[in-house]
Design a protein around this ligand. Structure first.
Ligand SMILES: *Cc1c(COP(=O)(O)O)cnc(C)c1O
Length: 394
């Protein structure tokens, strides 16, 4: 893209791609190739030496993937990016890449299940320890801090409780101690929240969710400073090898083109559904960052552009009532994942968090009646109609 600084919606369509360098193809071509040829041995030697920036082998870089990486870097306001075959490939590349044996990680209390699993593995196999924290105040953050703390890993909003963490506050404490702040920004997408602009070091995405946006791809992304990204590229990306395929990179590029309009609609629909749920007599509580009664509404206003597409809520009654409600939905499919055109619902106590013992679930704020709704792009009246008639079965 040219020098001019365009707005988000424009960058989401154009950034990182110059048709003149690709046979004037309007959309980025899919370079479906495993390897690249060198005209001579000397050319090959120069590419390996980094003197010539040409491509070598698709695990080390691919032109379609490069367009995606440049585009997401610009959207997050970072210097560089890397694309991976899944969100977990990206998270593991980061956590393995920036820590060493005997380090300590502070982690937000609500966290994606497989990230939780990865932290256990790092602890058991490589003595990389971790503690969970609400990260809600300076005292709380300092209380978790150890000599060996090298990283603070955050999800905000948290899954599935929708609690928020004040990123600027965490950054102000971490920066003076040289601790890296890493944010899993999957729930917001760069359209709603840009942690690097608030001083965070690395942003991770499950590209599977809002960025892909159509429920047809598994992918991951990392954005950060050039130094860190280059070092991850040469180590945990190259040698563990969870790279994205050129076709999946292309799907994310296509998804990104409509990210701004989709996010606006996700937010608009979610806000309407949240307010309807809040008034419904069979609903005990809702957890939505843009609900003025949400305990961290001020943090939402400070660091998010809008409320997002995810709502958690509790129905009144028992585990069985919750199950009955979900089973009576007709339009809304029961599925994990989020950020798709389709509204999706899942019941954490019997699905994503079923393996967590009931008393720990409770401590995490996950009751038997909690639902997580990813509000899609359908007409909001149809979404509400479906929810309302299922609630009548409780
Ligand atoms: C889905 C998800 C992940 C994992 O991403 P995959 O693409 O499924 O590997 C990580 N973090 C969050 C917040 C997610 O929602």
């Amino acid at each position: 893209m040219k020098e001019k600084e365009y707005q988000f919606a424009t960058k989401a369509i154009h950034a990182g791609y110059d048709p003149n360098k690709h046979q004037n193809s309007l959309t980025p071509p899919i370079y479906q190739t495993s390897t690249f040829t060198f005209p001579t041995v000397e050319h090959g030697a120069n590419r390996f030496a980094g003197i010539d920036e040409g491509y070598i082998y698709s695990r080390l870089g691919n032109p379609t993937v490069t367009v995606l990486e440049e585009r997401i870097a610009q959207l997050e306001g970072g210097e560089a990016a890397l694309a991976f075959s899944s969100g977990m490939a990206a998270i593991s590349a980061v956590l393995i890449g920036i820590t060493k044996a005997n380090d300590h990680i502070i982690c937000s209390k609500g966290i994606y299940g497989c990230t939780f699993g990865l932290l256990q593995l790092l602890k058991e196999k490589y003595k990389i320890d971790h503690t969970f924290s609400e990260l809600c105040s300076e005292e709380d953050i300092l209380a978790q801090m150890k000599e060996t703390t090298s990283c603070i890993f955050i999800e905000t909003p948290m899954n599935p409780t929708m609690n928020l963490i004040d990123l600027e506050k965490v950054v102000s404490i971490a920066k003076e101690r040289n601790i890296k702040v890493v944010v899993d920004n999957t729930f917001c997408s760069p359209y709603l929240q840009t942690p690097i602009k608030l001083g965070c070091d690395l942003v991770i995405h499950s590209g599977t969710k809002y960025i892909g946006g159509h429920g047809d791809v598994i992918a991951g992304l990392i954005v950060g400073y050039k130094n860190t990204i280059n070092s991850l590229k040469k180590t945990t990306q190259k040698d563990i090898g969870g790279v994205i395929s050129p076709f999946d990179a292309w799907l994310l590029l296509r998804g990104l083109k409509t990210l701004a309009v989709r996010m606006d609609r996700h937010c608009e629909n979610a806000e309407k559904i949240a307010m309807k749920l809040k008034e419904h007599p069979k609903v005990k509580a809702i957890y939505y960052p843009k609900d003025p009664d949400h305990s961290q509404y001020q943090i939402m206003k400070k660091q998010m552009k809008n409320g997002g597409g995810l709502i958690s809520f509790e129905v009144k009654g028992t585990f069985e009532d919750a199950v009955k409600f979900v089973n009576h939905l007709k339009l809304i499919p029961i599925a994990v994942s989020l950020g798709d055109a389709e509204t999706l619902i899942q019941h954490p106590a019997s699905m994503t968090h079923a393996v967590v013992p009931a008393h720990i679930r409770k401590e995490m704020g996950i009751s038997d009646m909690l639902m997580r709704l990813s509000v899609g792009l359908e007409a909001w009246e149809d979404i509400w109609e479906d929810i309302q008639s299922a609630l009548n079965h409780i």
